[in-house]
Design a protein around this ligand. Structure first.
Ligand SMILES: Cc1ncc(COP(=O)(O)O)c(C=O)c1O
Length: 388
């Protein structure tokens, strides 16, 4: 995978004989003469036309991401949410229905639940990993089954074969948002899932310095997604794509370290008397540990845990006492991040809604970066002990 991450999608000899792909700062691309435009349109020669339809760096990133994913094609977007919205808008029409597992990034839920309905698309939420409930909700109008794996922030792991089989048996397409796993840890396409989506803002970019999103699938299925992106314009600028390509070069190395740090920190947290519960699929105590062990290479750097007998303020005190992880939303970068979902994502929600979505006041989400695990553990240890 490291060889793919470094080399896939790139020409061996690049413009200017550069080792890296150059940044083409162009909003449009010129034609020699009118006949060249006609040749381009009639023969569909692969070349650039106008910046909203793509740029050379983006093509490289798309080929690299498709290769990493084991997919025929991939379409890059300006963010993970733009990728999700782009895919749903490209694939769904008024009267269609979508079913999704209810543990998910809150903005994905918000878009499905609040906005798809405005376009006549009905969305139905069923409990995460309840395949029977999902099957029971399928009607002749169902077009797409959606889940994250692992889910954010509960880290539930979907049985991909079962999920893909459900789609195939019922003639409904399937989508996995594998942002938390990445292609290093999870292979949804080879398990038979139709579409894989990532917020490339996270592990793929990997440095907390860019936003991007990607959808991967068959060449045929990506055509309508790419066409719609060219119209809606949720595209990456050339500089952003360069950062993504640069981040991807070290993808395999970073993921191995995120996996190692995630497991060590999760094991430490589980053994600490102040911690009530740890959600991390690499732990035997996790409900989906067996599925995760069977289907994942590693379990990533994201850990969700509950502080014992703590209200929201006592939980915030733990967060305010760490010195290495930075307090911020997001995950998957080289710097560790820590947050309290109740405060950062669900502050404006009614308490009963927080309860419904499984977000208690004493929940902390930590994204382990690539620092030394001993330092992260020592820091968490002092934060838990000094605030006891
Ligand atoms: C699982 C998951 N999917 C999608 C997104 C959206 O990605 P972006 O922030 O790049 O739009 C996020 C963001 O946190 C996420 O956690």
């Amino acid at each position: 995978m490291s060889t793919v991450a470094v080399h896939a999608g790139e020409q061996r000899q690049k413009p200017g004989d550069s080792i890296t792909d150059p940044i083409f700062c162009a909003s449009t691309y010129t034609f020699r003469d009118t006949q060249a435009i006609i040749d381009y349109i009639e023969q569909e020669q692969p070349r650039e036309e106008y910046g909203r339809y793509g740029n050379p760096g983006e093509r490289v990133a798309e080929r690299k991401l498709a290769a990493l994913e084991g997919a025929e094609d991939a379409v890059l977007f300006a963010s993970g949410m733009a990728a999700l919205v782009g895919l749903l808008m490209a694939k769904l029409s008024s009267g269609d229905e979508v079913i999704f597992f209810d543990e998910c990034y809150h903005r994905s839920r918000e878009f499905c639940a609040k906005h798809m309905s405005r376009f006549g698309v009905k969305t139905i939420q069923v409990p995460a990993c309840d395949y029977d409930a999902m099957e029971a909700a399928i009607t002749p109008n169902t077009r797409l089954l959606i889940s994250e794996s692992p889910t954010n922030p509960h880290m539930s792991v979907v049985d991909l074969e079962r999920f893909a089989d459900l789609g195939k048996r019922t003639g409904v397409e399937t989508l996995i948002d594998a942002t938390l796993a990445t292609p290093y840890n999870l292979r949804p396409i080879s398990a038979g899932v139709d579409y894989v989506l990532h917020s490339a803002t996270k592990y793929l970019g990997g440095h907390n310095d860019l936003l991007a999103g990607v959808v991967a699938g068959s060449t045929e299925s990506m055509e309508s997604v790419r066409n719609l992106r060219g119209i809606m314009g949720g595209i990456n600028g050339p500089q952003n794509v360069y950062l993504l390509l640069r981040g991807l070069k070290t993808f395999q190395l970073r993921m191995a370290r995120h996996n190692e740090n995630g497991l060590k920190v999760a094991q430490f947290l589980e053994s600490h008397p102040r911690v009530e519960k740890v959600y991390y699929p690499g732990l035997e105590s996790h409900r989906d540990h067996e599925v995760a062990k069977r289907s994942m290479t590693g379990f990533g750097g994201l850990i969700t845990f509950l502080i014992k007998d703590a209200d929201w303020r006592a939980t915030a005190d733990v967060i305010d006492s760490v010195t290495i992880p930075r307090i911020a939303p997001s995950l998957g970068g080289v710097e560790s991040l820590i947050e309290q979902p109740m405060v950062i994502s669900y502050y404006s929600y009614a308490p009963e809604d927080r309860q419904k979505f499984g977000i208690p006041d004493n929940m902390i989400r930590m994204s382990c970066g690539i620092e030394d695990s001993d330092d992260l553990i020592a820091d968490l240890s002092q934060a838990l002990d000094t605030t006891a």
